[in-house]
Design a protein around this ligand. Structure first.
Ligand code: M6R
Length: 367
């Protein structure tokens, strides 16, 4: 059932190109210029009436929501708040009938996420669910449901579910942009063209797994490290850090690169690994200067960069991993893949149970 892979996690990492294709399938018009989300029952008037969006989820699904916030704000220009479900449900959030609440849950059974959904509905908000399981509690109770077509995810560490959630957010962002006319058709068509290239681009990253295995093996000798990035790179950094903690038990922290000098920089000492994401063109110089700051204090820096930037970045880092060129907003769908592989190989190197990490369950159905 592992189809020749040693672990479900590795199998699921390799299933991502298919998961991307399947999640896009049937949701893009034949001419490739428009998004068709027939599962969304909102009228144009209702969409125009959305004053704010709240994205609520747990763990990795929450991290997908962090990218989703940037996508929706950028494409549809609607303000978006994000919350982990266990906080949202108890903080008496301001939910109005013109709030669209989006809950994200692979399993559709996470107790806190389900409670957040119910809280939102009680307050009269429209609730949309992004979930991988048809007929799950979340799917049954939400008003609109976008099913990610990742296929069953067995490993406790979520990989293909996360990236399929990103695809769902891209489709939703484009859909809202078209309805609200915040972006023109040509622009949308251009994003869709780039999205169609993502599966092959992920394949080309997977072909370089050996390089990441070596990186992971050296990381596995450390007990602390940092992930840094700005913008959606920071969102991906958080996911990379969670993945590594969850299955390798190595402590890491994800930091917004610009926040380092407000305290955390004090922890940077000789030899500490720092994984820096630097894929966002508009933030490139800023992140590069943060990389130089940690490097000057002795950090060993692995930079996840855009292909073509090797020459400029190489002087400031120790190692580089290049992802294929795509639009900045789409980069998370590529840059997270090397981080998943690093987590996988670090866990393997340390001899841990990759698919069933200690203390954790696949589906958290109790608070
Ligand atoms: O099924 P859900 O997406 O609601 O699960 C949410 C989290 O429990 C889950 O993403 C968890 O963080 C993963 N084990 C992370 O890999």
């Amino acid at each position: 059932e592992k189809a020749g892979f040693d672990h479900f996690m590795l199998k699921e990492i390799y299933e991502q190109p298919k998961a991307y294709r399947d999640t896009m399938m049937g949701r893009i018009s034949e001419d490739g210029r428009r998004v068709a989300l027939k599962e969304i029952g909102m009228t144009l008037e209702e969409i125009r009436g959305i004053r704010k969006v709240q994205i609520v989820a747990c763990g990795t699904a929450f991290h997908a929501g962090l990218v989703g916030k940037t996508v929706i704000e950028d494409l549809a220009r609607i303000p978006v708040e994000t919350d982990v479900a266990s906080e949202y449900r108890y903080r008496s959030p301001i939910i109005t009938p013109d709030t669209l609440v989006i809950v994200v849950s692979q399993s559709g059974e996470t107790a806190d996420t389900l409670a957040a959904l119910r809280e939102a509905k009680r307050n009269g908000a429209r609730v949309m669910a992004i979930t991988n399981v048809v007929g799950s509690s979340v799917a049954r109770e939400a008003d609109d449901v976008i099913i990610t077509q990742a296929g069953p995810e067995i490993a406790v560490a979520s990989t293909k579910a996360y990236t399929s959630q990103l695809i769902a957010f891209y489709l939703l962002g484009l859909y809202l942009a078209e309805k609200l006319e915040t972006r023109d058709e040509k622009w949308i068509a251009n994003v869709l063209t780039s999205m169609n290239q993502l599966p092959e681009q992920v394949e080309s990253i997977l072909d370089q797994a050996n390089v990441l295995k070596q990186v992971a093996e050296s990381i596995s000798k450390h007990s602390n490290l940092f992930f840094i990035g700005r913008g959606v790179d920071f969102a991906v950094a958080q996911e990379g850090s969670l993945k590594l903690k969850e299955i390798s038990y190595i402590h890491s922290e994800a930091y917004a690169a610009g926040e380092l000098k407000h305290g955390t920089l004090a922890l940077i000492e000789d030899g500490i690994p720092v994984i820096a994401l630097i894929t966002q063109e508009q933030l490139y110089e800023k992140t590069l200067s943060n990389i130089k700051e940690v490097k000057a204090r002795g950090a060993h820096v692995l930079a996840v960069i855009n292909a073509g930037h090797e020459g400029e970045v190489s002087k400031s880092v120790d190692e580089m991993f290049a992802i294929p060129r795509t639009l900045p907003l789409l980069a998370p769908a590529l840059s997270v893949v090397p981080l998943q592989l690093i987590a996988y190989y670090a866990s393997l190197a340390l001899g841990h149970d990759v698919d069933k990490p200690r203390n954790l369950a696949k589906s958290v159905t109790v608070e």
